[in-house]
Structure formats: C-alpha cells, structure tokens
Design a protein around this ligand. Structure first.
Ligand SMILES: [Zn+2]
Length: 397
C-alpha cells in the first residue's frame, strides 16, 4: 500500500548477475516443485506462508534498491519455472526509467499464460501485486510481510495453479509484479502508460495489496473489495468465488480512499475494469513489525483461493461485464461500513476510541441503519458516511 508521496531517493547500483542467480536459486529452491495433483488446483496455505517468509527475509532487504532487484530476479525465475511466456518481448522485465521526483529506476516483472480460445486469447485478465517495500529506512529493516509479500505470494500461488491446471484458460492471463508502488505507484503508472499489450484488450485488472492482517487489527476474517462500483455485474461472481469460505467480503467504493492508494489507480484512471483486494491497514502498517510471524495465513489462503477462482472464471467466461462510468454504490456497501463500525464500537478500548470518535461512530451507525432498513442508500447520505469513515480511519487506525 502506498503511503504519502515521497521525495528523491538514491539511484540503485547494479548487482552482480552471479549473486542474483545464486540468491534467487537458493531462495526459490525452498518452494518444492512437486505436490499431489489435488493440491495443484488451488492456492496452498503452506506454500503461501513459505513465499511470504522468502519475500520478507532479511536477504531481500525490505525489497528496495538491491533487495528489490533480487526480488525481481526471483519472480523472473519463478515465471520461467512455471513455463510462462515473457510479457515484454523476450523479457520478463520492464525497466521503469528513473524520473523525478522519485529518481529511482524500477523493474516491473510480467508473464503471460496464453489462452487457448482462438478468439478470446486476444483478451486479457491481469492479476498483479506490487513486490517492492520500504527497504531499510534509517538502517532498520522493514520486511513488508503484509505489505505486500502477502499479495505477491497470492499471485505466485494463483499463477502456479493456473499454469499447471489440466486445461489452459480461454482468455490469456497476465501476471505482473509491480515495482515502485511505495514510491507513488511508479511501476504501475509506467506500465499503464507503456503497456506491451493495449489496455483496451484488458477485460479485467485485479490487484491485491495487504491481504495478511486485518483493518485496525480488529476486523479479523474480512477482505475489502473495491472497484465493483464500475462493474456491478461482477458482484455475484465475487460472492460465488467466496462461497463456503471462512471469509467476509466487504464491498466498498474506491472513492472511500481519496487518493489511489495502490496499483489499481492507473488502470482505474484509464477506465479498465478493476478489482482491488485488501484486508486494510493494520497497526503494523509501514513499521518494522510487519513480519511474517504475525500474518493470518488461514484467512490469506481463503482470499487467495477466492481471487484464483475469480481469475479462472473471468478467463473462461463467454463475456465479461464492461466498465461503466455511472457508478453503482449498493446497499451492500452500507452493510460493510455498518459492520466495520460495529466492530470498532465493540473494540473501543483496544482501539483507544475517544468520546468524539464514539459520537461520530454512533451518529454514522444511525444513518447506515436507516439506509439499510429502507434498502436504499441516498448519495447525500453516502457522502456524509464516507466523510465520517475517512475521519475514523485516519484518526483510529
Ligand atoms: Zn505500503
């Protein structure tokens, strides 16, 4: 997840290719290449956990600078191992040129799983996650286990399952690890401005950023999904993908976050249908405490399986819903916000909620209860509710 925009950063120096190969080979070797056939079909909890531990290991230095390069090399190796085609001509890597104000060069890593249908293979579903993190600010390692080793682990597991499925997908699927997300979405912005495949051919863009903890440390078992306001017909797909899982889906409009806070931003700006999955900011957000030991791997597995299922369905469906400029904010969003506020209310002590915040929560809950009872969520009500939710998120978490 991207924080506030940052200033200039040191340009990263080159890294010995031998070191790259050795480091990535030894790390990737920790992921076993064989498993029982049934386990190949959906993201596996142990593999997810192993990837998070590899990506958040001190050797990758918080995935900035040389650590980011080593991570990129590891993604290249994994895409190659899965026999996926390179996305950028004969390369898996797209160099993101250094530009002000960040002044740091980056590397997007992407691969194609070619679709089998003679017509649909020319349409694409993108599954992405940013792999960069904060490095070692003031010499202190920020491992970024939730942000965003969790999302990358999900993407790699989904890629493994889809690449080894008995039947290839009908549409083509792109897997992309974006760099420089933390520096202001530079990796995904560069990609969207310089796509190897025209964005008009992208039927759906999915990204996950932070799927290993919980909002405020209290919304356990939840995942928030943004973007369905532009493609409401995807909502039943999301619900069906999550069916019978220990998971609560919270639909939200992306405008709850005033800025584009993750890699969906450049695609949203270009009207590419998108879905953004996140469990939200936890108390460990952007701190050295974002370590693998504290992630909720059970929920992360459920989220990964939901996303995998959704990608598979989107790749095989005869047609996909198109982007709509007219946003649709359903009463489900009011339910999501109501339930989150109720959880906050029930955890007042842990969250150190003061009298003013408590007043705001109760007032907002009354508005939401009214809307839910009527089954209609007026735009004016929603504006007030979102404003209150933003204040509460900013001041509480
Ligand atoms: Zn972040």
């Amino acid at each position: 997840m991207r924080d506030a925009p940052i200033g200039s950063r040191k340009r990263v120096s080159g890294l010995s290719s031998i070191l790259l190969v050795v480091a990535s080979a030894s790390l990737a070797a920790a992921i076993p290449g064989t498993a029982r056939a049934a386990e190949l079909l959906q993201p596996d909890r142990d593999r997810l956990e192993r990837w998070v531990k590899i990506l958040a290991a001190p050797e990758l230095e918080g995935r900035r600078g040389e650590g980011a390069r080593r991570t990129a090399a590891m993604l290249v190796e994994e895409f190659g191992r899965l026999k996926l085609e390179p996305l950028f001509g004969d390369q898996y890597v797209q160099v993101v040129p250094s530009a002000p104000p960040a002044n740091v060069e980056g590397r997007n890593v992407g691969a194609i799983l070619r679709g089998s249908d003679p017509v649909l293979r020319d349409e694409y579903v993108i599954l992405s996650a940013h792999y960069d993190h904060l490095g070692k600010p003031n010499g202190v390692l920020h491992p970024g286990a939730d942000d965003n080793a969790s999302g990358v682990a999900m993407m790699l597991e989904a890629a493994r399952c889809l690449a080894t499925a008995p039947e290839p997908p009908k549409r083509s699927i792109l897997f992309i690890g974006f760099d420089l997300e933390e520096a202001g979405l530079y990796g995904s912005r560069y990609y969207a401005a310089n796509p190897p495949i025209p964005l008009e051919k992208v039927a759906l863009f999915i990204t996950a950023d932070m799927i290993g903890r919980s909002l405020g440390g209290v919304c356990d078992g939840w995942v928030f999904v943004m973007g369905s306001e532009h493609v409401p017909a995807l909502r039943p797909w999301i619900a069906e993908a999550a069916e019978n899982r220990h998971l609560t889906i919270g639909l939200l409009g992306a405008d709850l976050l005033l800025l584009n806070r993750s890699d969906y931003g450049p695609f949203r700006n270009r009207k590419v249908p998108f879905l953004f999955f996140s469990t939200g900011e936890s108390p460990a957000y952007h701190t050295p405490d974002d370590v693998p030991e504290t992630l909720d791997y059970a929920t992360m597995t459920e989220i990964s399986r939901t996303v995998h299922n959704l990608v598979e369905r989107a790749a095989d469906a005869p047609s996909l819903p198109k982007w709509s400029d007219k946003v649709d904010h359903p009463v489900e969003e009011a339910l999501t916000l109501r339930d989150v506020l109720r959880v906050m209310s029930a955890n007042q002590e842990a969250l150190k909620i003061n009298t003013a915040q408590s007043f705001l929560i109760n007032r907002t809950l009354r508005t939401l209860d009214g809307a839910i009872e009527r089954g209609r969520y007026e735009p004016s009500e929603r504006a007030g509710v979102l404003q209150a939710a933003r204040i509460l998120i900013m001041t509480t978490f």
